[in-house]
Design a protein around this ligand. Structure first.
Ligand SMILES: CC(C)(COP(=O)(O)OP(=O)(O)OC[C@H]1O[C@@H](n2cnc3c(N)ncnc32)[C@H](O)[C@@H]1OP(=O)(O)O)[C@@H](O)C(=O)NCCC(=O)NCCS
Length: 200
């Protein structure tokens, strides 16, 4: 009998923090709100999303992300660059809340304020988040979603060892049908590929 595939998601009693030489991935704070609202009102940051966000919409997204970290201990962590940027956006893991052909899966993602671009912070944070996904959550794979034109994001995916699954292109269910951003592509990485990438 064919069953519905399930994903076992390990949880932690308190929010996990990840540190690398330059970045801290942590639970969100109230003091992140202004910088978060400003970056989501910036058309450059939202270039590959259907719209910019109002302050209310940005706050609602932050509340959802923070709630997920409070519940599981991990998620789309707030990205801090200690001594440089008290809040630079997010990097981390999430569980998409919609149906898609590649579900169930945990997604890795990032969104940084422009002041923190081109410094390697997204890749450094994503490297730590991916290691957490495979060593602490022991996930069978991690996916990343994007529009086909988001080269800066694809570069981060490739730098952390992900590869596109060309057979897995899909229409994003949360993007309006008439949007040119409806079509999405999928990158994946499994533990074996991640280990090989780490050994390089
Ligand atoms: C996607 C996004 C996070 C990529 O940011 P990024 O700055 O290009 O990526 P990184 O932080 O990994 O930085 C890599 C760059 O820093 C450079 N760099 C500078 N100092 C570095 C250092 N010490 N270590 C590593 N890289 C360094 C790299 O050479 C690379 O240069 P490049 O930008 O010319 O290619 C950013 O464009 C963004 O937030 N976009 C808006 C939101 C978005 O689209 N999110 C993704 C949705 S799918």
């Amino acid at each position: 009998m064919r069953g519905v595939p399930t994903l076992v998601l390990r949880t932690f009693a308190a929010p996990v923090e990840l540190r690398t030489p330059r970045v801290l991935l942590r639970q969100w704070k109230d003091s992140d709100s202004d910088a978060w609202a400003a970056m989501n009102a910036d058309p450059e940051v939202r270039r590959y999303f259907p719209t910019v966000l109002s302050r209310t919409e940005a706050q609602a997204e932050a509340d959802r992300i923070r709630g997920a970290i409070a519940q599981r201990g991990w998620g789309m962590w707030a990205l801090e660059i200690p001594g440089v940027h008290p809040f630079a956006g997010f990097v981390g893991l999430s569980v998409p809340g919609y149906e898609a052909p590649w579900m169930p899966a945990v997604e890795i993602g990032w969104r940084l304020a422009p002041a923190a671009w081109h410094r390697g912070y997204a890749t450094e944070g994503a490297t730590a988040a991916l290691a957490f996904a495979f060593t602490h959550l022991e996930l069978p794979q991690v996916v990343a979603l994007s529009v086909p034109t988001n080269t800066p994001s694809h570069n981060v995916m490739h730098r952390i060892g992900m590869a596109r699954d060309a057979a897995a292109d899909f229409d994003h269910p949360r993007v309006p049908a008439d949007s040119p951003l409806k079509r999405h592509i999928l990158h994946r990485i499994a533990p074996e590929q991640w280990r090989r990438h780490c050994d390089k």
